[in-house]
Ligand binder design. Structure first.
Ligand code: SME
Length: 157
């Protein structure tokens, strides 16, 4: 897939997401919609979903709406790829998950991964969005730019 093809697919998915979310305030429904439509947008995505900041334990992520095989239930800030994205508030791109220190293997099919922090309108971290791929090196700056944009449009200001 060329960068232009990838960007075109993201653009189409972003439009569809915005259209379905229009007028729906419920956060769980919005997250479920984003996870579903991005899961369907790319063949090599085998897991898409949110780990949300637990209001009871603000330094811990807990499984939110997702598509794919069973994900782990809780991830402490700083642990694995998701916990690193939450702790640093920065998108993590991992070409080979086996080479990432502390990676949490939920499914052996996962080869590469991108995790994007998700902020609300006030700029507070509310979740991270995780995408796993069955191929190595699936994610680059195009994925980062589009996923950050989709998360901002769906949950931020
Ligand atoms: N691999 C992730 C854990 C979540 S799952 O892949 C669904 C991580 O290291 O944060």
């Amino acid at each position: 897939m060329t960068p232009a093809q990838k960007a075109a697919q993201y653009e189409e998915a972003a439009k569809e997401i915005a259209a379905v979310l229009e007028g729906e305030p419920n956060l769980t429904a919005r997250m479920a919609t984003v996870a579903c439509l991005l899961f369907q947008a790319f063949d090599h995505y085998f897991w898409t979903g949110f780990y949300v900041v637990d209001p009871e334990k603000p330094d811990e992520l807990v499984a939110g709406p997702y598509q794919g095989t069973l994900g782990c239930m809780r991830i402490a800030f700083g642990r694995g790829v998701c916990g690193t994205a939450a702790a640093t508030r920065l998108t993590q791109i991992v070409d080979d998950v086996h080479a990432f220190p502390g990676h949490i293997p939920c499914d052996a099919a996962s080869k590469s991964e991108i995790v994007v922090p998700v902020f609300d309108k006030a700029g507070d971290l509310i979740a991270v969005f995780d995408v796993d791929s069955t191929a190595y090196g699936s994610f680059d700056e195009t994925d980062k730019d589009w996923l950050e944009r989709i998360m901002k449009e769906s949950f931020g200001g």
